[in-house]
Design a binder for this molecule. Structure first.
Ligand SMILES: Nc1ncnc2c1ncn2[C@@H]1O[C@H](COP(=O)(O)OP(=O)(O)OP(=O)(O)O)[C@@H](O)[C@H]1O
Ligand SMILES: [Mg+2]
Length: 166
């Protein structure tokens, strides 16, 4: 199996996490599934908000903790935002999330799954995004699963996420 080098970055403040999401949202190709992993409050929803901004979605993106899945169709690509925090086991299977990436029911877009650790069946070639708390900010490791993702992530430098320090 071919593996691709992961990319690590420090995210010093909320605006940096948003900037990473925006950078990805502007560039990811249709059908990309992001597995957002990380503890409570590690920045998964913040990253999803940035993804929405990068996709050109003007609606506010909230945590779908109770709705489980939110669909936003107003951007460059459809954006499907999933939060598995309240679910486990068979209840996760019963969401039939594969309908968001198999192209049979929904038009292909970007899928972002919070608490992706709870998935029992992984999508093909997911982009793993692991967030951790570090020094008051966050650290992120992005692990590409195919050559398209790897090539894109090679162009992601800390400069791309420069924000005014507050
Ligand atoms: N890089 C960062 N540095 C400091 N704070 C951040 C950073 N990124 C996000 N935050 C802050 O962390 C808090 C939690 O963020 P967020 O809700 O995105 O986390 P989450 O992982 O979705 O949480 P949950 O596990 O509850 O779903 C927010 O107040 C957000 O502003
Ligand atoms: Mg969240």
């Amino acid at each position: 199996m071919v593996t691709f080098a992961p990319q690590s970055l420090s995210l010093h403040q909320t605006e940096s996490t948003l900037a990473l999401g925006r950078w990805l949202g502007e560039r990811l190709t249709a059908g990309t599934v992001l597995l957002l992993q990380g503890d409570l409050g590690s920045g998964k929803t913040t990253l999803a908000k940035g993804l929405g901004q990068g996709l050109g979605i003007t609606e506010d993106i909230d945590s779908p903790t109770f709705t489980l899945i939110s669909e936003y169709l107003g951007g460059r690509l459809p954006f499907y935002h999933v939060d598995l925090y309240r679910l486990e086991g068979k209840a996760v299977d019963n969401l039939y999330l594969e309908t968001y990436w198999d192209g049979l029911e929904f038009p292909p877009g970007i899928v972002a799954i919070e608490w992706a650790e709870r998935l029992r069946h992984l999508p093909p070639a997911p982009l793993r995004v692991a967030l951790t708390h570090r020094d008051g900010g966050r650290h992120v490791v992005l692990a590409p699963a195919d050559v398209t993702q790897a090539t894109l992530l090679e162009t992601l430098t800390p400069d791309a996420l420069l924000v005014d320090e507050v």
